[in-house]
Write a protein that binds this ligand. Structure first.
Ligand code: ADP
Ligand code: MG
Ligand code: MG
Length: 900
């Protein structure tokens, strides 16, 4: 076992070792290698965390010895010893997994202090205030993170102390105050930690804060290991699909101090603006502060640009580091640093998270700066993230009064009811309401509420606060630091100072995370545009991609939207929506007609309105293919609900309605009951409907052909395609194809126009995929309807599983993900087989996908591999699909060149 290396000094690693050392450790190593000023330290591997968990929370054999060796090396290098009474070495213990998980696991600073070594620190620095401040921070963090003491207990003690001294900031507390606080903190630990839980710390049946620094270190490392499996971390990983078995690394690093007076500071920064991508230094710092002070929103931070005013030399050095990092990583970096008595130290870097808008701008700018190639620019933009830009914004025409202003922390606008807790957000959303989560500041415990909410509003915290970072990651609108809001979460209300307005739970507000605006009431939102950098990147993507992208659209407006977003046609035009609204009564007349005359009258009416529908859609997609699916759902979906009808009859009976009226209603109920099926999804629908009611499909084909002929005669270029749904048998398609062709021939003859309308089918039943070779002989195209294909392959009802068993399946990892969002392996096999067999039977066949998977970037990549000609998705997802299709090609190229 001892030949496994579990601990690496920073100088032994590099950025490529992210899965071994975690992102933080790997980048600390990389910065060390680059010669940047990084306080020395070492990293315990991610794998060790997994060993620790799997072994029932015990250190694997040999680990302790390896750690001891690295501590000894560090002591040698620093010329200080951990726990030394005269000149103690202090370290931080920091978690860091392969993927950044903001705020998931807490860092412990100043480890190595105890009642004796704090005196050594005073002796060494001559700064007793600093030493006691460091000690109280350590006791506070260690007790919270390792001993699980409620953090508020310490915060309350601090507040009480500040009030007693009549000061507003911790910075104004004296050394004596801080020393007294340490004693109070020790008391809190003694009375809130049970000796049963921490037997190693028990003294006379009561827990004492550990004075043994080796024990401090060991407990801290174990706490990091354990935090990997805490609820928050698990939730976060599920949200971002990060595997649970990666583990987190532990970094042990020599402390540097930003809290040593006015020539010391701590800060966070980005090398470019992560909200809009502008090339400028972006971030905040705090003089005389430590660690998380900047992000915790405890004191108001100073913009990084002002560092030049207070510490010009360090500011220049920091700028140099920013440039060095950008040139090295060839990307925007996110940085944590500390200044100890005018000396700069780098504590973290990574390729920074950014909004979609910033991602596009940075990718385009870096191509222009010759830092990267176009291919890389296209590969770098996360298609899933583009969704952010395809969110609504406040209508610039709308008039509204701004209630409050905050920071524009995450773009996009949202309207919803105010809720004050994460649980309330989840409960309201479960009832189908839209909410804005309003908090003083969010914490990782609010994550579930943030996921549920349309948007997030906080009264505190800056652009690097928890709410801002997490919202940006999720692509949710967020306004933070709206200081006018005085939130009383307990009483579920917020007073807006100066505005004489009190927000209560349930009040509607609108927020615009692009501008930081908060409005009372509902503001009209407008649809997004694809322009500027977005358009540039998509233009490059179009050059690389080989697979077509179409839109699913049922109306001329949706068709136009799809076209605006770059769709090369419509892959699925459903007709059932055209049978609703004011058409519903005509459809009902058709279904319930007692004789041919009545049925034909209804059909004639439908023919006229359907012709109008198709005229509009074909015109909007002039010159591009439009695949029209003939009527698919079971007919009873268009009829009244029999339960409601039964109630109506009962009421009519009581009200003494006429016999004739009652008889008519009863007859209707009987008819509806008669049509009921035990399993409508597997019943009389799709092509079966076409075979049972040939007049309906004939009417639809007639309308399609008429509209096409009319447009053609007007000099336009309509390109309809007729798609027959739910085919399982070749002869279903053959029969309906023959019938359709007859109608087609009739109409074209009537109009005196030549038009070629391909006829194909959806492949949405396993049998169709299996027998695709046969079916393809009578099909001009296949369109894989992967929604129904997923339903029928799994035997899952898409409409029900989310509320019934899917969450449990995901939680227990019985399913890796929702198969209706990202195409499942089994369904993929059927699609693959359907394509292969289809091409065997009919080499000229066109193959596409029209399920919602067509807009899921990961599924798009799968479809590219299978060799489909196009995908079709909702108009809003067309840009994502264009990008994903290009990335699929580029990823293959990169993989290919790696093999050479
Ligand atoms: P997170 O993963 O939440 O960002 P970090 O491990 O980066 O947590 O620690 C948070 C902050 O603590 C850092 O940004 C830095 O300011 C401070 N910190 C961590 N280690 C040290 C250290 N060795 N010396 C000084 N400050 C440190
Ligand atoms: Mg943290
Ligand atoms: Mg950090």
């Amino acid at each position: 076992m001892s030949d496994v290396k579990r601990v690496y000094a920073f100088r032994e690693g590099d950025a490529s070792m992210k899965y071994v050392l975690g992102g933080k450790g790997a980048n600390l190593a990389e910065m060390t290698k680059l010669g940047l000023p990084v306080p020395p330290g070492f990293t315990i591997t991610c794998e060790t965390c997994v060993e620790y968990s799997q072994g029932g929370n015990v250190f694997p054999e040999g680990l302790q010895a390896e750690i001891d060796q690295h501590v000894a090396d560090l002591e040698g290098q620093m010329g200080k010893r951990l726990g030394d009474a005269g000149d103690p070495l202090l370290v931080s213990v920091r978690s860091g997994a392969a993927f950044s998980m903001p705020g998931m696991m807490d860092t412990i600073l100043n480890l190595g202090l105890n009642d004796t070594s704090v005196r050594g620190l005073i002796a060494q620095t001559g700064n007793d205030r600093f030493a006691w401040d460091s000690y109280r921070r350590f006791v506070q963090m260690f007790s919270k993170v390792v001993l699980d003491v409620e953090g508020d207990l310490f915060e309350n003690a601090l507040t009480t102390m500040r009030q007693a001294r009549g000061v507003t900031s911790d910075n104004e507390l004296s050394a004596e105050d801080l020393e007294r606080l340490v004693a109070q903190f020790m008391e809190i630990v003694g009375s809130h930690v049970s000796a049963d839980e921490f037997p190693v710390l028990a003294e006379d049946g009561r827990v004492a804060f550990p004075q043994d620094v080796q024990l401090q270190l060991r407990l801290a490392i174990e706490a990091v290991f354990k935090s990997w499996m805490n609820r928050r971390a698990i939730d976060y990983r599920r949200l971002y699909r990060i595997p649970d078995d990666l583990g987190t690394a532990v970094n042990v690093q020599t402390m540097v101090f930003g809290n040593k007076g006015d020539s010391s500071a701590t800060g966070v920064a980005f090398t470019r603006n992560p909200a809009d991508g502008t090339k400028e230094f972006y971030g905040d710092f705090l003089v005389n502060a430590q660690g998380e002070d900047v992000v915790a929103g405890i004191r108001n931070t100073t913009p990084i640009a002002e560092l030049h005013d207070v510490m010009p030399e360090v500011a220049a050095e920091l700028e140099g580091v920013f440039t060095a990092l950008e040139n090295h990583y060839r990307d925007m970096c996110d940085i944590e640093f500390t200044i100890e008595q005018d000396r700069l130290w780098m504590l973290q870097t990574r390729v920074g998270k950014r909004t979609a808008k910033a991602a596009l701008k940075i990718a385009v700018d870096m191509v222009n700066e010759s830092l990267i190639e176009r291919e890389e620019a296209v590969l770098r933009v996360d298609p899933g993230q583009l969704d952010q830009l395809l969110h609504p914004q406040f209508d610039t025409e709308a008039t509204y009064e701004t209630l409050a202003k905050g920071l524009n922390a995450s773009p996009g606008a949202a309207v919803g009811e105010v809720v004050f807790t994460a649980d309330d957000a989840v409960a309201a959303v479960a009832e189908g309401r839209k909410v804005i989560l309003v908090r003083w500041e969010t914490t990782p415990d609010d994550l579930h509420g943030m996921i549920a909410a349309e948007g997030i509003l906080t009264s505190h915290g800056g652009k690097t606060s928890h709410a801002a970072v997490v919202a940006r990651g999720m692509g949710k609108p967020c306004v933070c630091g709206a200081e006018k809001l005085k939130i009383d979460a307990g009483r579920k209300r917020a007073v807006v100072s100066g505005a004489d307005v009190t927000l209560s739970e349930g009040d509607i507000i609108s927020i615009d995370g692009t501008t930081g605006t908060v409005v009372l009431g509902s503001v009209d939102l407008v649809e997004p545009e694809v322009s500027g950098d977005f358009d540039t990147i998509l233009g490059w993507a179009d050059e690389f991609r080989t697979m077509g992208v179409r839109a699913n659209a049922d109306t001329p407006d949706d068709a136009a939207l799809g076209r605006k977003f770059g769709a090369a046609g419509i892959g699925l035009c459903r007709t059932e929506h055209m049978f609703l609204g004011d058409r519903k009564s005509i459809v009902q007349d058709m279904i319930l007609a007692q004789d041919d005359a009545a049925r034909n009258a209804a059909l004639a009416q439908l023919l006229d309105v359907q012709t109008e529908d198709y005229l509009g859609i074909f015109e909007a997609m002039d010159g591009l293919p439009v695949t029209v699916r003939l009527l698919d759902p079971p007919l009873h979906e268009f009829l009244d609900d029999p339960r409601e009808l039964a109630i109506e009859i009962a009421r009519a009976e009581c009200a003494g309605a006429s016999d004739a009226e009652l008889a008519a209603k009863r007859k209707l109920l009987e008819q509806i009951d008669h049509m009921a099926e035990a399993n409508p999804m597997l019943g009389l629908r799709g092509c079966r409907l076409g075979i049972m009611h040939p007049e309906i499909y004939a009417m639809q084909v007639r309308a399609i052909t008429r509209a096409a002929c009319q447009l053609k005669n007007e000099g336009k270029d309509p390109r309809p395609e007729i798609m027959i749904p739910l085919v399982a048998l070749k002869d279903e398609l053959k029969t309906l194809r023959d019938e359709s062709e007859k109608v087609l021939a009739d109409v074209t003859a009537e109009c005196g126009t030549e038009i070629d309308i391909p006829i194909g089918t959806m492949i949405e039943l396993p049998r169709a995929a299996l027998m695709a070779e046969r079916i393809s002989k009578v099909a001009d195209f296949f369109s894989f309807g992967t929604n129904d294909l997923t339903q029928t392959t799994f035997g899952f009802s898409r409409d029900d599983i989310e509320s019934k068993f899917l969450p449990r399946y995901l939680e227990r990892k019985i399913l890796p993900r929702n198969p209706f969002e990202t195409i499942d392996d089994g369904v993929t096999k059927l699609v693959e087989m359907g394509c292969k067999l289809g091409r065997e039977g009919n080499p000229g066949i066109k193959l596409g996908v029209c399920g919602e998977h067509g807009g899921d970037p990961e599924s798009v990549k799968v479809f590219y591999k299978i060799g489909l000609d196009y995908v079709s998705c909702s108009p809003y997802r067309v840009p994502l699909a264009r990008l994903a299709a290009a990335q699929a090609v580029l990823a293959e190229k990169t993989a290919g060149s790696d093999n050479k």
